[in-house]
Design a protein. Structure first.
Length: 143
């Protein structure tokens, strides 16, 4: 079965790259630095549905993204979540948080309207992330 990205994720995000297992998406919301990892395995809703090697790979990729984002964005705290209530396809949110952000200390969902990146800001954040993520042996930036 071929992998298909859920239409909501495709609409709300920009693909910036790929790891061995996951597609790396940037949420198009300048309010928060926010990446989403989506395992490229079709019809998976929960992490426990992945094979054991895939579960370990997901954890490795996710931890690497958390570390990179913490460093690139000098975050006060990193949030990681896999809710899936609105989008059933397994996807993990990685959000850099600051004590000064609009939702602090609560969750980001529904606090403020998404603010799409302006072209220059988008290009800048993608370049910064791709530079840092490319330190992972299995990362490839999207073309």
């Amino acid at each position: 079965m071929a992998f298909n990205l859920h239409p909501v994720l495709a609409e709300d995000c920009i693909t910036i790259g790929y790891f061995e297992l996951c597609q790396v998406l940037l949420m198009n919301d300048e309010n928060y630095p926010w990446l989403i990892l989506v395992p490229r395995v079709d019809a998976i809703r929960e992490a426990f549905e992945l094979s054991e090697p895939q579960q370990l790979q997901l954890m490795r990729e996710s931890n690497f993204v958390l570390q990179v984002m913490s460093e690139v964005f000098d975050a006060d705290k990193m949030n990681q979540a896999a809710l899936g209530n609105m989008v059933p396809q397994l996807h993990l949110h990685h959000i850099a948080r600051y004590q000064s952000d609009a939702a602090w200390p609560g969750p980001v969902w529904g606090k403020v309207a998404a603010k799409p990146y302006a072209k220059e800001a988008l290009d800048n954040v993608i370049a910064r992330l791709n530079k840092a993520l490319s330190n992972h042996i299995n990362y490839k930036a999207a073309s």
